[in-house]
Design a protein around this ligand. Sequence first.
Ligand code: HEM
Length: 175
Amino acid sequence: MADVYEQGELTPLQRHVAFFDRDKDGVIYSSETYEGFRAIGCGVPLSAAAAIFINGGLGPKTIPENEKTPPFKLPIYVKNIHKGKHGSDSDVYDAHGRFVPEKFEKIFKKHAHTKPDALTGKELQELLEANREPKDFKGWLGGFTEWKVLYYVCKDKDGFLHKDTARAVYDGSLW
Ligand code: HEM
């Protein structure tokens, strides 16, 4: 068991990713991201793409100084996951990976037009567009992927993404 799990409470963002640290050694290798996506029911192509893009994109930002790691395994360090934050997000996680309730409520106040506690696919698109910072193409892609995958995996049969589900993603209890 890695230090990060033994040194007090995890931040909500650390809890968000801990499920994917399959062996709880504090490092999420691309093979573990792949396994985690498969475990929540995603198919082979999406799981493989997630493993390459999430670990390839996020991993380098999280590697501690002087740490020697096999780069081809694309490690993500759970203790530094807050460094993986990108622009054009909802700011529900702050710079330390803590949960900011007001920002979370704002998502639904501003964009949940059809039902107060859920988002349709169109409303989700509106959220993504509202979050976009100019020319932040990496951030756009990050936000797009996170929210679209969530919608794809968790929407109900009528196409609604429920507030409780989104809340559970942020606190890491959904999986
Ligand atoms: C099916 C799997 C996953 C889904 C559906 C998902 C979804 C989300 C959502 C909706 C957000 C909030 C974005 C915002 O506030 O605008 C988020 C944030 C984040 N996720 Fe995930 N995520 C998944 C897996 C992962 C994995 C495997 C990692 C890395 C190991 C990861 C790292 C992050 C990070 C670093 C953030 C913070 C981004 C920011 O606030 O700028 N996620 N994710």
